[in-house]
Design a protein. Structure first.
Length: 299
């Protein structure tokens, strides 16, 4: 025997509403933390507070401030939530390109943690202390910057400039092109000049280096170690030491100029088009920690 139950429309709606309410209450109760979970969240918030991880501390305090937690724990967590909210600093990043155009689609990470992928001029909550921030946008070189964030500092503004990677440039030429032959002569002439300057600077640096040794020996003979010096000897000693320092500085500068000139001469020589045909590309190699270039081509 089959019994068919008939409901009026208003009775059916009421029944469904009651069933939905019961189900919602069941889900809400299941989501509420237990007393044990409230205690765990309260203790975890204290650990995060000691580590100055204020954002994580606030998340735990919100958990133990739930209505299902014991009154004493809930009231204490609610009180501390206000304190932590006041202590959490925030920062606003204004990212632009080198032409001054504002960039919004920017990935911002702090110590490896992604803080934002879209910037809309809003303050971002961060933890106090020293942090490494990395800014990345499509078509631009990543930019890394370390900031020291003060506790309770709200809405700190930091402008960030992102630059596009350099475009590789290519030199090409052949033996029948008068302009190419002229470029060969000009570049190799300049390379010879820079090479001569480099050699001369290294020679001068060597002379100053020898003078440093001479002045040091002279100062050691004026006032031998362990023996008292007369005022006149002390004056001569100070003068000799000063001369040695000056010579050392000039030697370092000369060696630096010489090395730079030789490097420039070498680049000019090896990037000059040959009399036949050549194609040379200088491809920049850049990342967060280094800047350089790769020379590619056939001479």
């Amino acid at each position: 025997m089959i019994t068919v139950m008939k409901f009026r429309s208003n009775q059916l709606i009421a029944a469904l509403a009651v069933a939905g309410a019961v189900q919602w209450l069941g889900i809400a109760r299941a989501a509420e933390p237990t007393t044990g979970e409230c205690l765990t969240a309260s203790n975890a918030s204290l650990n995060f507070s000691n580590e100055h991880k204020l954002r994580a501390e606030r998340a735990q305090l919100l958990a133990c401030a739930a209505a299902s937690c014991p009154d004493e724990i809930r009231k204490e967590c609610l009180r501390r939530v206000d304190e932590v909210n006041a202590a959490i600093p925030s920062i606003v990043f204004e990212v632009k390109d080198s032409a001054g155009k504002v960039l919004t689609t920017v990935k911002v990470t702090m110590d490896g943690e992604v803080l934002a992928t879209q910037l809309e001029g809003l303050a971002i909550a961060v933890d106090p202390g020293a942090h490494k921030f990395v800014f990345e946008a499509q078509g631009f070189l990543p930019f890394e910057q370390q900031f020291i964030i003060n506790e309770s500092q709200k809405g700190r503004s930091e402008p960030i400039i992102l630059v596009a990677p350099p475009v590789p440039f290519t030199l090409s030429g052949n033996g029948t092109d008068p302009e190419a032959r002229s470029e060969v002569i000009n570049r190799k002439t300049l390379s010879t000049i820079f090479g001569g300057v480099g050699v001369a600077s290294l020679a001068v640096g060597t002379l100053f280096g020898l003078e440093v040794g001479s002045k040091n020996s002279k100062s050691a003979s004026i006032c031998p170690t362990g023996q008292p010096c007369t005022p006149k000897q002390k004056a001569n000693y100070d003068s000799s030491v000063s001369d040695a320092r000056t010579a050392r500085t000039l030697a370092v500068v000369s060696f630096g100029v010489g090395a730079a000139a030789l490097a420039t001469g070498a680049i000019l020589f090896f990037t000059a088009p040959s009399a036949n045909s050549t194609r040379v590309s200088l491809v920049p190699a850049m990342d967060l920690n280094r800047l350089g270039a790769t020379l590619q081509g056939v001479w």
